[in-house]
Design a protein around this ligand. Structure first.
Ligand SMILES: CN[C@](CCCC[B-](O)(O)O)(CCN1CCCCC1)C(=O)O
Ligand SMILES: [Mn+2]
Ligand SMILES: [Mn+2]
Length: 305
């Protein structure tokens, strides 16, 4: 990329058990210098401060509703500002519930989006189907037009307007999908490349088919929402919900290299890095450095040099 590329970090943290430390570790691993070293201009917006809610009691089974709703509203505004300045937004989580604000803000600024969701999980439970009540397993249900009838009124969530069509969503890396999620994916006909398809087709064909599928109708800006747990826990163990049988380091980086080549990458989330879930410092460093390499791949880094 030329020097006209500006990357801004709307770095966001949830008051959670360790995942709030992800962004600073990714910074400390030298993301800014490495991006600049490959010809990118970088602007770091720093960490977004979120309002604390004293007794944020569950609503039904949904946990941390008020703080997550409020945080995502601030994040949406921050991402909108970044996109209005014509930059590519990079949101470092924090957990995947932050994709609500990131996708909402991105769409508010640029309109219709394609979403590529790289994850071991589908993150499409509704508040009523979620087995855990954790919103990081639900973000897509709040932003998909087709699921709005399934969303109850939740405090601090009324600002969210659905903004993504199910036909503009592609999953890569799925291998731990709840029955209720699988039902919704089938019902909505969402395009899924689970780990089975990755094994069957190979990551190169998966990316070719992903891009053909997304550009079959109208080419739209791409929102890449990358959950570090898509990659195998042998490579990225420091994460909240590790699942065996994940992407290799090479497959994980190839995905971002391929999307970078489309020239359509407009916003990136990199979430669920949790240093407290690493058993050793090596576990944490392997996870953080892989996250950095995935991001460098998004912005033009090629392994050939
Ligand atoms: C698969 N769905 C889970 C995990 C969501 C992970 C969020 B991500 O951001 O990391 O992708 C887990 C539900 N299972 C928990 C263990 C018992 C069976 C249900 C959920 O809590 O909804
Ligand atoms: Mn996720
Ligand atoms: Mn996940």
């Amino acid at each position: 990329p030329g020097s006209d590329w500006v990357f801004v970090f709307t770095v966001c943290v949830q008051p959670r058990d360790g995942v709030e430390r992800g962004p600073d570790l990714i910074r400390a691993a030298g993301l800014r210098d490495k991006l600049q070293g490959q010809g990118c201009a970088v602007k770091d917006y720093g960490n977004l401060a979120f309002e604390e809610f004293a007794n944020d009691e569950p609503v039904g089974r949904v946990k941390n509703v008020r703080s997550v709703g409020s945080a995502n509203q601030r994040l949406s505004e921050a991402v909108q500002a970044v996109k209005r300045d014509g930059h590519t937004s990079v949101m470092l989580g924090g957990d995947h519930s932050l994709a609500i604000g990131s996708i909402h803000g991105h769409s508010a600024a640029v309109g219709e989006l394609s979403v590529v969701w790289v994850d071991a999980h589908a993150d499409i439970n509704t508040p009523l189907t979620s087995p855990t009540g954790n919103i990081h397993g639900q973000p897509l249900s709040y932003v998909l037009y087709e699921l709005q009838s399934k969303i109850p009124v939740l405090p601090n969530f009324s600002w969210i307007k659905p903004c993504v069509s199910a036909k503009d969503l592609v999953y890569i890396g799925l291998r731990d999908v709840d029955p209720s999620e699988h039902h919704l994916l089938k019902l909505l006909g969402v395009k899924v490349f689970s780990m089975t398809e990755v094994d069957q087709l190979g990551v190169s064909k998966v990316m070719e088919e992903t891009c053909d599928y997304l550009s079959a109708r109208v080419k739209k800006p791409i929102h890449l929402s990358y959950d570090i747990d898509a990659i195998d826990p042998s490579v990225t163990p420091a994460t909240g919900t590790p699942v065996v049988g994940g992407l290799s380091y090479r497959e994980g980086v190839y995905i971002s290299e391929h999307l970078s080549q489309t020239g359509l990458l407009s916003a990136v989330d990199l979430v669920e890095v949790n240093p407290l879930r690493g058993r050793t410092e090596q576990d944490v460093q392997s996870t953080v450095h892989t996250a950095v390499d995935v991001l460098l791949g998004c912005f033009g880094r090629r392994r050939e040099g």
